[in-house]
Design a protein around this ligand. Structure first.
Ligand code: SF4
Length: 355
């Protein structure tokens, strides 16, 4: 039997990890379900914030069967505030897929894992290696950054060729023994030492192998061809009070926060003050010809998403109890106390915390 020679970079990373490994709840287990949930939660999420969500998620949905049996609204409610809600919807659909196609057992092969709803190459490699000890290297943002710096990879990482070049190197560094532990070592190293800005090159055990460091060009990697364009949006929410009733609508379009609830919304192309809103057909559609409305000065919040900056005004509108108010059909009338039951975006949650 041939034994693959372990690359010196791999040895250094494993040694570093054994000393600096973070004790995290999902690292105490080989349970594929828990590893899957933690990996999905930790995409785009800081570890401290992710840990709280992980505990809450596992407490409410301790296994695939419980998750599959839940309603989508229950899953979104636990996910509330974490962002990227398609992750929660995909987890839920994948759990149903696992119950119907695999008798409730998470597939133990890479091909079975990657066929699950919402599971891409990164998550499939993480579950395959950590839960099942299979030789699949993970490549996430941390790994791209670390490897492009170490090997001075000039091909942009946001191109198929750049992705492949980095993935090939990642695979060549993977040890036969404990590939899951090694994968976690690389990701930890990328997030703790080889950070996006101000990497800790002075403390870096890989410094002598690092081609970017040798060329004094660390900040030039990873090379990208596309700059992220930020779209500005202008949201005007109406928290309407009518006796003990208030109103919500479900976002059902293919847009951010799909299937979450929010107050009736008017979105404008440009920023608009109340006088301009009042003139709009959307405003008339929402409020009809109600003669008296009490409008409080709005709460203004800015909300940053990866590709969008949302300028938001929350207006509190009181309609006299005796007035007839019939909002458009898609808007739900609920009691004020029921507001906290519905899954909402982090933005709406921020507003609710102020009232
Ligand atoms: Fe990253 Fe600096 Fe280490 Fe190179 S020397 S791997 S840039 S931390």
């Amino acid at each position: 039997m041939s034994v693959k020679k372990v690359h010196p970079i791999t040895c250094r990373l494993i040694d570093w990890y054994s000393e600096h490994k973070r004790e995290l709840p999902w690292r105490e287990t080989k349970d594929a379900y828990r590893i899957w949930i933690s990996e999905v939660i930790l995409q785009q999420t800081r570890i401290d914030q992710g840990s709280d969500y992980y505990h809450r998620f596992i407490e409410q949905f301790p296994d695939v069967t419980t998750l599959a049996a839940a309603s989508e609204e229950e899953v979104l409610k636990v996910w509330q505030g974490l962002g990227y809600y398609s992750r929660a919807r995909n987890l839920h659909q994948a759990a149903r897929q696992i119950v119907s196609l695999h008798n409730g057992e998470i597939p133990s092969s890479y091909s079975g894992l990657i066929a699950m709803k919402g599971v891409g190459a990164y998550t499939a490699a993480a579950i395959a290696s950590i839960a099942f000890g299979l030789p699949h290297a993970v490549v996430d943002g941390n790994v791209y950054r670390l490897l492009t710096r170490l090997f001075a990879i000039e091909t942009p990482v946001d191109t198929p060729a750049g992705k492949k070049a980095t993935a090939d190197i990642a695979q060549s560094l993977l040890p036969e023994e404990d590939p899951g532990g090694y994968n976690q070592a690389v990701m930890d190293f990328g997030s703790l030492i080889c950070t996006p800005t101000q990497p800790r090159c002075g403390d870096c055990v890989l410094q002598e192998y690092c081609q970017a460091f040798a060329a004094n060009a660390v900040s030039a990697y990873p090379v990208k061809i596309r700059k992220t364009r930020i779209r500005k949006r202008y949201f005007h929410y109406f928290h309407i009070l009518h006796g003990d009733r208030t109103y919500l609508q479900k976002r059902d379009r293919a847009d951010i926060w799909k299937n979450l609830y929010e107050f009736p919304l008017i979105e404008t192309e440009q920023d608009a003050d109340f006088a301009q809103l009042e003139q709009s057909s959307s405003f008339r559609q929402l409020f009809g010809n109600l003669p008296t409305l009490q409008i409080d000065p709005p709460l203004i919040l800015q909300h940053q998403l990866t590709h969008q900056l949302i300028h938001t005004r929350f207006y509190r509108v009181t309609i006299p109890e005796e007035a007839q108010f019939t909002p458009p059909g898609e808007i739900l009338s609920i009691s004020q106390e029921a507001l906290h039951i519905y899954p909402v975006s982090r933005l709406t949650h921020k507003y609710l915390e102020t009232i």
